[in-house]
Design a protein around this ligand. Structure first.
Ligand code: CU
Length: 590
């Protein structure tokens, strides 16, 4: 052995390791007796990515209905720019995203930037921040301008349609993609240069007519993919440490990940670095959850990453196991590295609790109608009603109860929380998140599923109206969503009763026949009156390019210019759009 050239010794070592792995039972597809195994070709592909530069990222997404292929199945569906997996948008803290959403589909849509600690309002220049009350009508376009605070967490986020009533259909059909706020590994120089894999878990159900069914059955089979790929081969060297950035960007699907012979060392959850590494042999990812994990390549061999079978409860759905990906460990073994420790973080349990609330997930007896009880009885979503009024600058304790026979997923926009208790069991402090599963109530004599959360409402730009909801989008569309309004302390004291309906808003909404009328209605009804705070500093400043108000301003200026210009049609034509018609029958069809 000592006389062999290094490469021959390495190959022999590898072959021995492959044989050992196969004997150990974690390999498949080989007889284990071959002395030389050529390297397996990697078929896994990261999604395409667009990175910010000079503090901004500019992108245009056209929502188009088109024919695509997922796996070996053709489907006619509505996606961004004709792509089932649209680009991952990569920004740094302090950057601004300028996204033009052009709706060339037949149905209204919008964009939500899941997990970002950004403004939920309409900006002073008429563009939208992360405002899910905006609807982009067929034939219209909406400029989004989302300023990422310089102190933002670093990690994996995602964007998706949040069009109430059809969000399940739209996200299932393809309207979701990844976002990354850079810097996750910055405090961990020992991991510099490790290979990064972005795994966006996305599934689609295709009916016999080659389309996503209008009535999606969460129990029926779907094509479960990684970045749109079916069972791609991902390679790793023995002992090599890689970062897997795994995001569940599905409409309804749970994933229970298992990779035999490997541990998922979670270093971030929901785009927020953990305060300590949490190792998982099995990783449960409810819809909308993200987990960024380190894995270390096992002995040379082949390992199948599965999503194990899921049962969401007696009133819920069952989904069989499936293979998501094949990991091939091969090549020169690397020196085994230690999994690093993580920087500490702020334990919300050390902070005063301003208010306690109990929020209940409720369903009708037949399980087909969905409610949230925010303290005034079970109600379905109504954007004209505020369900929880919250004082900005505070931390609140929310107890989420699930009195139904199936799992639900609690998510709140604009805010992060610490899970302090699950079904009565206190939880250690390992970090914060924006999404959490809530288990079902087994029967009437058992306690409901319960999680206790400390929710941080101290972000000064997360002021205004936004929503909390079940992130199983079938349930959200079915009514399991409620409105939170975070108010500054001064306005809080002088406001009317928290539950008062906004009688003028419904009327304004009915009159909103175009995108700009609708934005004006939102502004008039105080969903969005305060401009996004402008910051100074090279990386933090908002940048609005081009003249504003002349009907020709590109990108971010357009919405404002359209609103002000007498020649709205001209502005729309400049933007390459057909004019928006008042009469829906005249609306432009794709
Ligand atoms: Cu639910």
């Amino acid at each position: 052995m000592a006389n062999l050239p290094m490469w021959k010794a390495s190959l022999m070592h590898m072959a021995l390791a492959v044989g050992a792995a196969l004997v150990a039972g974690c390999g498949d597809g080989g007889d284990g007796g071959t002395p030389y195994t050529p390297l397996v070709e990697e078929t896994f592909r990261n999604p395409s990515m667009i990175s910010s530069s000079n503090g901004e990222l500019r992108a245009k997404f056209e929502v188009v209905t088109t024919r695509i292929r997922v796996d070996d199945t053709a489907v006619t569906t509505t996606v961004y720019n004709g792509q089932y997996i649209p680009p991952v948008l990569r920004l740094k803290p302090g950057d601004t995203l300028f996204l033009d959403l052009v709706n060339r589909s037949a149905n209204p849509t919008n964009e939500h930037y899941h997990g970002l600690d950004v403004s939920p309002r309409i900006n002073a220049n008429g563009s939208a921040s992360d405002n899910i009350f905006v609807e982009v009508q067929p034939g219209a376009m909406q400029s989004y301008q989302v300023a990422i605070p310089p102190t933002h967490h670093a990690g994996l986020y995602w964007y998706h349609s949040h069009q109430h009533g059809t969000s399940e259909q739209q996200v299932m059909g393809g309207l979701s993609g990844g976002m990354i706020i850079e810097g996750l590994l910055d405090p961990l120089p020992q991991l510099a240069g490790i290979r990064e894999r972005v795994l966006l878990l996305k599934d689609i159900q295709v009916g016999p007519d080659g389309q996503v069914p209008s009535d999606i059955d969460p129990s029926a089979p779907t094509h479960r993919t990684v970045n749109g790929q079916t069972n791609p081969v991902l390679t790793i060297a023995p002992n090599e440490t890689q970062l897997l950035r795994i995001g569940n960007i599905s409409a309804n699907m749970y994933y229970r990940l298992k990779l035999p012979g490997h541990t998922f060392y979670e270093i971030a959850r929901d785009g927020i670095r953990r305060t300590q590494v949490v190792p998982y042999d099995e990783l449960l990812l409810p819809p909308a959850s993200r987990s960024e994990v380190l894995i270390q390549g096992g002995p040379a061999g082949t390992y199948v990453m599965q999503s194990l079978d899921i049962d969401t409860g007696p009133q819920g759905d069952t989904v069989p196991a499936t293979t998501l990906l094949t990991l091939v460990s091969q090549g020169l073994p690397q020196a085994a590295a230690a999994i690093p420790g993580l920087p500490s973080g702020e334990d919300f349990r050390t902070l005063p609790v301003a208010r306690k609330r109990t929020i209940q997930f409720v369903e009708s007896a037949d399980g087909n109608t969905f409610y949230i009880d925010s303290g005034n009885g079970p109600v379905q979503f109504d954007m004209d009603r505020v369900d929880s009024t919250i004082e900005s600058g505070t931390v609140e304790e929310w107890t989420i109860l699930n009195v139904t026979g199936e799992w639900h997923v609690f998510h709140i926009h604009q805010s992060n929380f610490q899970v302090t208790e699950i079904n009565g069991t206190p939880q250690p402090f390992t970090g914060h998140q924006d999404n959490v599963n809530v288990s079902f109530q087994p029967d009437a004599n058992s306690p409901p599923g319960q999680v206790k959360l400390l929710i941080d409402f101290r972000n000064p730009i997360a002021v205004g109206k936004f929503v909390y909801h079940c992130h199983i989008l079938e349930h959200e569309d079915g009514g399991m969503m409620a409105v939170a309004e975070v108010k500054l302390p001064g306005s809080f004291a002088s406001s009317g009763p928290p539950q008062s309906p906004r009688s003028g808003f419904a009327k304004a909404k009915l009159l909103a026949n175009s995108q700009q009328d609708r934005l004006a209605a939102l502004r008039a009804q105080d969903i969005c009156t305060t401009p996004t705070p402008r910051r100074t500093g090279a990386s933090g400043a908002l940048r609005v390019r081009g003249p504003v108000g002349d009907g020709l301003a590109p990108v971010a200026g357009l919405a404002l210019s359209v609103a002000r210009s007498p020649s709205r049609l001209q502005a729309l034509r400049v933007a390459g759009m057909q004019p928006v018609s008042v009469n829906s029958a005249e609306r432009v069809r794709p």
